[in-house]
Design a protein around this ligand. Structure first.
Ligand SMILES: [Mg+2]
Length: 315
């Protein structure tokens, strides 16, 4: 690869990683809130705010993405046993883990075999962390799907969780390709492609994708109304992946995609992280507001560490 293509690959990968981190941190203070409450307390939530964690902190979504990225750097593929070990090592319960994942990681830390901790959860925990896989294997859709499924194996065996993780990773992969070509993604083409890719895993998940309304050209309020009418914005995997995709496809900028995703309410940090991964991959790292990046947490596994991993991933 020449310097130019390396720089572009970095823009897409770091765009997905920091996009996800920013969406997670922006949604953190309002996780679980209904949209009316978000609007009442924060107005248009478009800057980092403190919540149950300090301003700019990431939650379980990015902590698990961190482990996925670490194992990709080390092995250049998903190595489930190594990934499980990193999930356990990086686990900080105060980041806010979902019930079953919390139990699974506790069991791992107490010496359980990694092959014994997964559950048949349909929740979005395997999809919220997987966007980085789509950017890492950009241009190789079979690899993206394979790696997305491999990282599910540690924690999520339900077809809905697996299909959702594949859809999220493939959406980021598509965003990389289209962003590099400067092509605008079309809702019907994107949803048809993703649905076709996951239909064999879960026809129900494919149907939820195909229900995505075309949000392009709508006003901010019309886009919110269209997504609220169709999806629940909750822990059920496709109820997070689909509105995140809708927010990404609606917006003309990285910032608008993530602000839209978080404004929908419900599982805001996760939907923000998912939309952030797609929009970051599409628009590139340089399109992420500097003020957001500056607010991201520092510390041993903060901003600089993620930056270092993104560089190492491409070596
Ligand atoms: Mg979270």
């Amino acid at each position: 690869m020449g310097n130019n293509s390396e720089a572009l690959a970095y823009q897409r990968l770091a765009g997905a990683v920091f996009g996800s981190l920013c969406g997670d941190a922006l949604g953190m203070p309002v996780e679980g809130w209904p949209p009316d409450q978000i609007k009442e307390v924060h107005g248009r939530l478009d800057s980092m705010r403190p919540g149950r964690l300090p301003k700019g902190s990431y939650t379980d979504d990015s902590q698990m993405m961190l482990s996925v990225l670490e194992t990709l750097v080390k092995h250049k593929k998903i190595e489930p046993q190594d990934l499980a070990r990193r999930f356990a090592e990086n686990f900080e319960p105060e980041r806010g883990y979902g019930g079953r994942t919390y139990d699974a990681l506790n069991r791992l830390r107490n010496g359980a075999d990694w092959r014994s901790i997964s559950s048949d959860s349909w929740a979005n925990g395997a999809a919220m962390r997987v966007g980085v896989v789509g950017a890492f294997f950009a241009g190789h859709f079979d690899e993206i799907k394979k790696a997305a499924l491999a990282q599910c194996r540690v924690t999520h065996t339900h077809p809905l969780a697996q299909a959702g993780a594949c859809a999220q990773a493939l959406a980021v992969g598509l965003a990389c390709d289209l962003g590099a070509k400067g092509e605008k993604p079309q809702t019907d083409i994107v949803t048809a492609y993703l649905a076709e890719q996951i239909e064999d895993i879960s026809p129900e998940a494919a149907d939820r994708l195909l229900a995505l309304p075309d949000t392009q050209g709508l006003t901010e309020e019309e886009c919110q109304d269209a997504l609220w009418a169709e999806y629940e914005m909750n822990l059920r995997t496709m109820e997070a992946v689909c509105p995140a995709l809708g927010a990404f496809l609606w917006a003309d900028s990285f910032k608008d995609a993530v602000v839209m995703a978080v404004s929908l309410g419900g599982d805001t940090d996760t939907i923000g992280a998912m939309a952030g991964a797609m929009a970051g991959a599409y628009h590139g790292l340089d399109a992420i507001p500097k003020a957001w990046l500056d607010d991201l947490e520092q510390g041993p596994k903060g901003f600089a560490y993620f930056e270092k991993l993104c560089r190492e991933a491409l070596i």
